[in-house]
Design a protein around this ligand. Structure first.
Ligand code: SP5
Ligand code: ZN
Length: 360
């Protein structure tokens, strides 16, 4: 297995997020990828690579140009605004958290000039602070996912892992939240389709399997009306868990994308007894779609030890999960999403990767 990782994520260093009404230390931190990398290195798992500076055309196909511009420039524009208002500002300490959102009965169709208004316009929550290095970090994570797909398409490996942060599956074409800014799994799938088309395939298709505890609302919305990408997600019932406002079973796709979106929500407290059958159903749906490749949005936050989630998977269950996905025998790009239990993050990820590894 090839593993792509970039140091650019370290610039996305936040101190606090809103959680149950107060500011707490961020669950999503650089420690996460450090712990996974050192665990994999101790067990001599996989071959680590720095990503090549590949063209990122797919990034511009997935996200709107206005949104890409927003993520790239918002931190410096916010700091300039604070300075213009007479505050002395050290940009590396500034963390942007939105406070006003275009919810029902407000105008959702015009972007305000104010940087404060713009942050609320593009945000879905208050748990995703933007820091000076957030843009470079999320771009580096997307580049790792694109490199993973490129290596698969070139036949260099059958399984590739993008060990990156911040995560991506909550990011939509023009929205951030859930610790995510760019949707790396979506860009990876689009990059793969582009490569297949450039090699002469007329109707290529890719499946995305999302096994993070939280529903991948961004990925669903990006591909909701397309039939070249099948999105299958196992996650906590949105009636009970973040992101609350998407991820129900009856969301099955729209237009050309009808029946290309599969949500398998599970009750809080679910363990392997519930997760295993859902994964089996997911495997059957993906096999019948006959895609050329598979992108896995992998979150370790389904583990029973996770501090913000609510499933009860054991470390051994992660190996079974990997093994079941391996049975599809598809070239597979794994993209790191969530997982916040620092004491088990390394071993749960290792067990999953070891179970799914087609190169072994
Ligand atoms: C990529 C990813 O895993 N993003 C998750 C973002 C979740 N952010 C909001 C967390 C709200 C947690 N609710 C607390 C319930 C604790 N039992
Ligand atoms: Zn998650």
């Amino acid at each position: 297995m090839l593993i792509f990782t970039s140091d650019s994520h370290r610039g996305h260093a936040r101190s606090s997020e809103f959680f149950r009404g107060s500011l707490v230390p961020c669950f999503e931190s650089a420690l996460r990828t450090d712990l996974i990398q050192s665990y994999l290195e101790v067990y001599k798992f996989g071959e680590f690579r720095s990503p090549d500076a590949l063209p990122m055309v797919a990034l511009e196909q997935i996200h709107s140009s206005e949104y890409l511009q927003f993520v790239q420039t918002i931190h410096s524009r916010w700091c300039q605004k604070l300075q213009a208002e007479g505050q002395s500002v050290a940009p590396e300490t500034v963390e942007i958290i939105p406070h006003t959102f275009p919810t029902r009965h407000l105008n959702q169709n015009s972007v305000p000039n104010s940087v404060y208004g713009q942050v609320g316009y593009y945000a879905m929550d208050t748990a995703t602070p933007i820091t000076a290095g957030s843009y470079e970090a999320t771009r580096g994570a997307t580049l790792c996912a694109v490199n993973a797909v490129q290596a698969l398409a070139e036949g260099k490996t059958a399984t590739a892992f993008s060990l990156s942060r911040p995560p991506g599956h909550h990011a939509s074409s023009d929205g951030f939240g859930g610790y995510c800014f760019f949707n790396h799994a979506a860009v990876a799938a689009q990059h793969w389709l582009n490569l297949l088309r450039s090699k002469g395939a007329t109707t290529p298709s890719i499946a995305i399997l999302d096994v993070d505890f939280h529903h991948g609302n961004g990925t669903q919305s990006i591909f909701y009306d397309r039939n070249d990408v099948l999105f299958v997600s196992i996650h906590a019932d949105p009636a009970e868990a973040y992101p609350y406002f998407l991820g129900l079973r009856d969301e099955t796709g729209h237009g050309e994308g009808i029946d290309c979106n599969v949500n398998l929500p599970l009750a809080l407290g679910s363990g392997w007894g519930e997760f295993g059958p859902a994964l089996q159903a997911a495997m059957e749906r993906i096999a019948s779609f006959s895609p050329q490749g598979l992108v896995v949005s992998f979150g370790a936050d389904t583990h029973e030890a996770d501090p913000i989630s609510g499933f009860r998977l054991s470390t051994a269950n992660f190996n079974r999960m990997g093994n079941m996905i391996r049975e599809l025998n598809l070239p597979t790009a794994i993209v790191m999403e969530g997982g916040y239990a620092v004491n088990i993050l390394g071993e749960a990820t290792y067990e999953f990767l070891n179970g799914i590894d087609l190169d072994r």
